[in-house]
Design a protein around this ligand. Structure first.
Ligand SMILES: Nc1ncnc2c1ncn2[C@@H]1O[C@H](COP(=O)(O)OP(=O)(O)OP(=O)(O)O)[C@@H](O)[C@H]1O
Ligand SMILES: [Mg+2]
Length: 310
């Protein structure tokens, strides 16, 4: 099957800032492809190059077989774009906005259905100025979907949404995918990427530092487990660190997270803690998550975390 999009050796600079540097990857048809990375990593920039909104300085991009910059009018009919920052006239009504957008396309789609999909059908008469932040966000998603695009780009889909809104947005992404479209999204929420994405590219400083399925990215951390507990009373960090198999000890207030490696190590560390007489509560053994991969690959640190190991 032909891929939905490909990027080869793409670079983009803003003056002296190298926003994206020699990046290559392929997005398969029908997958949910996630781009994650710290602020300023180049996520929006690369997305805009793929969408045909920015011209790369170097490299080659193809989306649905088209050059997004030179053939952007043809491509616009077939892709849907939700921008990280977008604006509409404040007085335009929700129903008018979605109809206006539908009219821009040859394949007009169904404005009412688009509003229903994002749960805004009962707000169709409301002025954009009167929408909450989350409703506005959902309107922008409706505008990106109204013409039933083959590839949908969502830049920070759920930023600003409440927990229910976030779950609704996740359902929407799954729904888009089930209809056979490809989804490319950026997010700062690792749980979101973990739940939604087939594959994730981790960006840092304009480069791809890891790209794989969520499962394989997590597996790349090896046999690591985290023993997390809240300690009561004194705790000798050095003694914990000295236990066999312990690779890292992190403290967040009373919460201690001991990263261990090796089969059976988590159980042995737990027993050793009990034997040393440390009083603890709410002890859990956790598998690593995408967040751990993110932190390991981008060098970003949680507040209070130990310094990175050499
Ligand atoms: N229009 C612009 N002019 C100049 N510099 C820019 C412009 N847009 C982005 N940059 C710079 O390019 C780099 C990449 O920015 P980009 O917006 O692509 O990052 P991002 O990964 O989307 O970040 P965020 O998570 O904050 O959305 C940053 O250093 C940013 O300051
Ligand atoms: Mg961005």
């Amino acid at each position: 099957m032909r891929s939905a999009a490909s990027v080869e050796r793409l670079s983009k600079r803003y003056g002296s800032v190298r926003a994206v540097e020699d990046v290559s990857f392929t997005i398969e048809t029908g997958e949910v492809f996630g781009i994650v990375g710290p602020n300023g990593a180049g996520k929006t920039t690369i997305l805009e190059c793929i969408e045909g909104l920015r011209r790369p300085d170097e490299g080659r991009v193809r989306v649905l077989g088209l050059d997004p910059w030179c053939e952007r009018y043809a491509l616009r009919e077939r892709i849907g774009v939700q921008l990280q920052t977008a604006a509409l006239p404040e007085r335009i009504r929700v129903g008018e906005a979605v109809t206006l957008f539908a009219d821009l396309y040859r394949r007009r789609g169904d404005p009412e259905a688009a509003l229903r999909r994002v749960g805004l059908a009962d707000r169709r008469g409301a002025a954009v100025a009167h929408l909450s932040g989350g409703q506005r966000q959902r309107l922008f998603i409706a505008l990106a979907l109204v013409h039933e695009p083959e590839v949908v780009f969502l830049d920070e889909l759920t930023t600003g949404l409440d927990p229910q809104g976030r779950r609704d947005a996740w359902d929407l992404v799954r729904d888009i995918r089930e209809r056979g479209a490809t989804v490319v999204l950026t997010t700062h929420f690792m749980e979101e990427a973990e739940r939604l994405c087939d594959r994730v590219a981790i960006f840092d400083l304009g480069r791809v530092v890891a790209l794989d399925t969520v499962g394989r990215l997590i597996a790349s951390l090896g046999e690591e487990r985290r023993v997390a507990f809240t300690h009561i009373g004194a705790l000798d960090d050095a003694a914990v660190r000295a236990l066999p198999g312990v690779v890292r000890v992190e403290r967040l207030g009373d919460r201690v997270v001991v990263s261990v490696r090796g089969a059976g190590t988590a159980g042995r560390v737990t027993t050793a803690l009990e034997e040393t007489g440390v009083a603890f509560d709410d002890l859990r053994v956790e598998r690593p998550t995408l967040e751990d991969v993110f932190l390991a690959r981008t060098g970003a640190r949680l507040p209070g975390a130990d310094a990175p190991e050499a």
